[in-house]
Write a protein that binds this ligand. Structure first.
Ligand SMILES: Nc1ncnc2c1ncn2[C@@H]1O[C@H](COP(=O)(O)OP(=O)(O)O)[C@@H](O)[C@H]1O
Ligand SMILES: [Mg+2]
Length: 365
């Protein structure tokens, strides 16, 4: 898809106006706190979710104003379409092609984007739950069935954990644990299998982007880490069998702690740059390049699934990257419509083809 136009009224600090982006790279440039991220955020809202900064809807309305309106004209599934988001009384009202919709999820199928914001760097350095969330949200976007399985797994896990706490007081309940183990190992095996399948795709696409960004000097790979010692390359049935054995093996630990110690809810993804774990060894620039490659790979995988290319929103990615890495991002992400914010004047000069917008005190020039 491509965004042909975006109009904004009373949106954050942006002065009421309109932009007409080009179909390739759009550089949004200006000093700090001028409204660059606000502009990317406005585009992202059309994907049907929340702000990528975690802001509440009413925080998006300009100070002292009662409502905000965003209108976008975009080209998707071979036709020009329009969408409107009105934010009023802390809620969003949505219209697609002039028809009111009940919820913003109606936008999801039509409008696709991938976003990188500096907060996403925590994906590499922080604990495993962020990486599990990243991969789970990716496999859910791939197949609705995966979302159902993950939700059932979490529900069953909570029930097993409550039972473990009850067993502490009523040891006679021990025998009922197996019912939950049986359900969990089937659901869990499916999650491990799907996550591992996605990681292989990610290694292929993200690996290729990382090679480009690093001018062939680095390799980026992903592997699945099972805390139950399961080989994710096994058949789903075999994974299920081994998961069951692991639940039995760690039962005493579970009784002692009152929660389930092994299973996909405790697993992790190893992110490996040049054969070393990125979490422990990667430099700032390498981390940034790795997360970017993951996001661009997400775009490729999304394109493969939907047949429609998402737009790519890159917030503040250029800092901490050396010249050649910046050059790659500005000129080598082909066939995508890209919106990229930056502070440095020099980045303007690196851009070979595209459009430049200057943002000054909320005014877009
Ligand atoms: N609801 C709002 N109304 C008016 N101004 C806002 C609102 N929310 C944020 N701002 C202002 O927007 C500015 C930040 O814009 P932002 O896009 O994050 O800047 P940057 O150009 O650095 O990316 C801040 O000065 C902030 O006070
Ligand atoms: Mg910003």
């Amino acid at each position: 898809m491509k965004v042909l136009g975006l109009q904004f009224e009373n949106y954050r600090n942006l002065k009421n106006g309109y932009i007409k982006p080009c179909e390739s790279v759009n550089v949004i440039y200006g000093e700090n706190a001028q409204g660059k991220t606000n502009l990317l955020e406005a585009l992202w809202l059309f994907c049907g979710g929340h702000s990528f900064r975690g802001s509440k809807d009413n925080e998006l309305v300009a100070f002292e104003k009662k409502f905000a309106v965003l209108n976008s004209v975009f080209y998707s599934f071979e036709r020009e379409q329009n969408a409107q988001i009105k934010i009023i009384n802390g809620k969003k009202e949505i219209k697609i092609n002039d028809v009111p919709k009940k919820s913003s999820s109606a936008l999801i199928e039509k409008y696709n984007a991938v976003v990188f914001s500096p907060e996403h760097l925590t994906l590499i350095k922080r604990g495993p739950s962020l990486r599990r969330n990243f991969i789970d949200s990716a496999i859910c976007r791939e197949k609705l069935k995966n979302a159902v399985i993950i939700s059932k797994y979490n529900k069953t896990l909570n029930q097993r954990n409550s039972l473990l706490k009850d067993i502490f007081k009523h040891p006679e309940l021990k025998d009922t644990l197996e019912i939950w183990d049986d359900a969990l190992c089937v659901l869990g095996a499916s999650i491990i299998f799907q996550r591992n399948k996605f990681l292989k795709q990610l290694t292929e696409f993200a690996g290729e982007y990382h090679k480009g960004i690093s001018q062939n000097s680095e390799t980026l790979k992903f592997s699945y880490f099972s805390n139950a010692g399961i080989d994710p390359e096994d058949e789903e049935k075999e994974i299920s069998k081994k998961l069951k054995q692991a639940f039995i093996k760690y039962r005493n630990d579970d009784f002692n702690t009152g929660y389930t110690n092994v299973g996909p809810h405790r697993d992790d993804i190893n992110i490996i740059i040049n054969s070393k774990k990125a979490k422990n060894y990667a430099s700032q620039g390498q981390q940034r390049s790795a997360v970017l490659s993951m996001k661009l790979a997400e775009a490729e995988i999304l394109t493969k699934r939907t047949g429609e290319k998402p737009i790519i929103l890159l917030d503040d990615v250029l800092s901490e990257l050396d010249n050649s890495r910046q050059e790659f991002l500005l000129n080598k992400i082909e066939n995508y419509q890209v919106f990229i914010t930056c502070c440095e004047k020099s980045n303007k000069k690196q851009l070979k083809k595209g459009k430049i917008f200057k943002v000054e005190k909320g005014k877009i020039i």
